[in-house]
Design a protein around this ligand. Sequence first.
Ligand code: MN
Length: 248
Amino acid sequence: MSKSTQNRRQFIATSGKAGMALAAMPLMSKINFPSSAFMAANEYAQQPLNYGYAALEPFIDAMTMEIHYTKHAATYAKNLADAALAEKLDTTQTNLKQLLNTISSYSVKMRNNAGGHFNHEMFWQVMKPAPATLPTGELAEAINKSFGSLENFKTAFGDAAKTRFGSGWAWLIVKADNSLAVCSTPNQDNPLMNIAETKGAPILCLDVWEHAYYLKYQNKRPDYINAWWNLVNWEFAQKKYAEAITKK
Ligand code: MN
C-alpha cells in the first residue's frame, strides 16, 4: 500500500468522527463545509452500538454480538472504505442510498461491502433490549392492511428468513405503491440495490447468516428467528415506515 493510499484511507476512516465533532461544536460551523457532505461521509463509518453486547441476552448472546459487531460488521465498513478509494467514489457527494441505488455500476467488492455495511448498521437499530411487544399506529394499520394480521406478517417474514438458502437477509419493505411486502436477499444484497429482485424502502431486516446465530443456536435457524421477535424495535420500524411513505 502506498503512503498516500494509507493517508487517504486514514482520512476516510476518521472523517466520520470529524463530522460528528463538527456537528457538536457550533463555533466550528463558521468553517465553510457543507454539512450534508459530512453527513454523507459519516454514514460510511461504523456507528457506536446503542446498547452493550450483553443487552440482547438471552435471545442473542454477548459473544455473538461482540464478534458480529467488532469483526464481521467492522470489516464490511473497512472494506467499503477501501472499495470507495479504489473506485474513486466521492463519499461526500454520493450518500449510501444513492450508492446502493446505482450499485450495478460498481465492483462486486463494493456491492458486498456497501450492502454489508448498510444492512448491519440498520440491523443494530432494528433491535433493542426489552422493546414494546407490538407495533402501533400507522405501521400496525399498514401491517394489517397488507398481511391481514400481525401473526400473518410474522409468519411470512419468518418463512422468508427460514427459506433463504445459504446466507442472506429477510426484509419488511415499503414498495413504490406504499404497500408493505416481505422479501429476502442473498449474501449482503438489499432491497435498495438496483439489482434487487424486489425493491423497496427497508423497514425491518433480519440477518440470517450463520455468524448471526451459530454460537447459541447452531443449525437451528428457526429458533433464532422466533427468538428475534423479542428484540424488534417497533418504534424504529414505525420511524422508517413514516420516512418511507412521506418521501414519495
Ligand atoms: Mn451479519
